[in-house]
Design a protein around this ligand. Structure first.
Ligand code: ATP
Ligand code: MG
Length: 415
């Protein structure tokens, strides 16, 4: 991709209401553009990152046996009346022309339960799990931390359906392992995302959150450093010890909730009378679990965790491009010719390149933009490097650069 043609350029001016680092860098870098508080446009650079995050999540969900579906964003009020959740404060409600009300789904239990019910009739159809990646709508009272808390935001939500609690428990444990694989692939290791015991709401004793340690997080967790397990502040009164080793030596820490899984048990199957007939012809309620993760919040979280004063430092797996190629050439000079040639070579090698081919920008501007955008590898061609028949190679997460031979650029990128 040629930077000169990219829709969504960098901007020097700090957005007046960019209250958080992720909002600031993502907006200035040309990744997103704010529509209103908590609602964002994703521009080409931002959509590339979001799609990579979604792809990793999708692969791991498929690996667990989840089947991808797409449910509607809009649902008739009756479904919420059935579960008694029609007065939830976060619901966006709307009138239907001709009568009736509809809701913009903040979560999809009210849609998925009757959906699966209408297609699963006997014990032979269970267990099963479906998931989707879709935008959710929540009338959040405070939407002011960029992608961290949206009113319209992206969520992966999986729902599992089981014959009994034991089978639910087994799947639930697999989901925990799968979530950690996802975070790991996204660049967040076990010291950065912590399994946290949280309130189970009206459904069960606990739910489990995946909390990314960060000063800007809204949540406070109490961390057992030995087990790397935490307890959310919301339940610390009833559970002030490590759920694993029972130590009471817990350290408070700020964190961002990047995932949340629940054993719903029969909360929704009961409301919709979702029974299955067992081998003996007896009716039982289906046991359910739900597994949420917010790709857009994850994207904001990665920026909060991986940045310096100059800009974003994307983990390789989600970077919008593999390489940021900068040409300091002038129109028709040898530097421009060499950069064009290298751009073609990299594309032929199927390396994703953002090529800063702008003729009218200064070197300083180009280098600052590269730091702001945060692509893992920067390759620069100038008169100086060409004099050595080489290119300057620099990783975004390292201070030093080096000159490498033009013929060895591909090798160095892959290395
Ligand atoms: P929170 O406690 O932060 O309000 P929640 O517990 O209501 O979130 P869930 O309903 O469990 O969240 O949603 C699953 C996942 O969706 C969360 O773990 C988070 O990653 C993401 N998410 C939830 N609310 C938002 C939001 N307003 N903006 C962006 N992502 C969100
Ligand atoms: Mg929560």
């Amino acid at each position: 991709m040629r930077y000169s043609q990219l829709f969504g350029k960098t901007s020097k001016s700090v957005p007046a209401d960019a209250e958080s680092v992720n909002a600031k860098f993502l907006t200035q870098g040309g990744f997103v553009s704010k529509q209103m508080a908590g609602v964002y446009n994703f521009l080409p650079l931002g959509l590339r990152v979001l799609s990579k995050i979604q792809k990793i999540i999708r692969e791991e969900m498929n690996d667990m046996g989840g089947q991808e579906i797409l449910m509607p964003a809009l649902t008739q009020e009756e479904s919420y009346l059935t579960t008694g959740r029609e007065s939830m404060e976060i619901l966006f409600k709307t009138e239907i022309v001709g009568g009736g009300k509809a809701m913009l789904n903040p979560t999809h239990e009210e849609v998925v339960t009757p959906l699966v019910q209408s297609h699963a009739f006997s014990y032979r159809d269970l267990p099963m799990a479906v998931y989707q990646i879709q935008n959710k709508f929540r009338n959040e009272p405070r939407a002011k931390s960029g992608l961290l808390r949206g009113r319209e935001f992206n969520m992966k939500d999986m729902y599992s359906f089981h014959l009994d609690e034991a089978d639910l428990n087994k799947f639930y444990d697999q989901a925990i392992a799968s979530y950690f694989r996802i975070y790991e692939r996204l660049g967040l290791g076990k010291s950065q995302v912590v399994l946290t015991y949280a309130s189970g709401g009206s459904f069960s004793r606990y739910s489990h959150e995946f909390q990314a340690i960060s000063e800007v997080g809204e949540d406070t967790i109490f961390l057992c450093k030995k087990c790397n397990i935490a307890v959310n502040k919301e339940i610390i009164d009833e559970h002030n010890f490590c759920p694993s080793c029972e130590s009471v030596d817990l350290t408070p820490s700020k964190a961002i909730e990047v995932g949340n899984i629940f054993k719903l048990r029969t909360r929704f199957s009961e409301a919709f009378k979702f029974n299955y007939q067992d081998k003996d012809g007896k009716n039982n309620l289906v046991e359910m679990g739900c597994y949420g993760m917010g790709p857009s919040r994850v994207m904001g979280t990665l920026v909060e965790i991986f940045h310096d004063e100059k800009g974003i430092i994307w983990p390789t797996a989600v970077a919008p491009f593999d390489v940021h190629l900068i040409s300091l050439g002038k129109e028709n000079d040898e530097v421009t010719a060499a950069a064009e040639k290298l751009y073609s070579t990299l594309k032929e090698q199927e390396i994703d390149v953002l090529f800063d081919d702008r003729g009218n920008s200064s070197a300083g501007e180009k280098l600052n933009d590269a730091d702001l955008i945060g692509i893992p590898v920067r390759i620069l061609l100038s008169k100086k490097t060409l004099a050595q028949n080489g290119a300057e190679f620099k990783r975004r997460n390292e201070k030093s650069s080096k000159i490498i031979a033009l013929g060895e650029v591909v090798q160095n990128i892959r290395g």
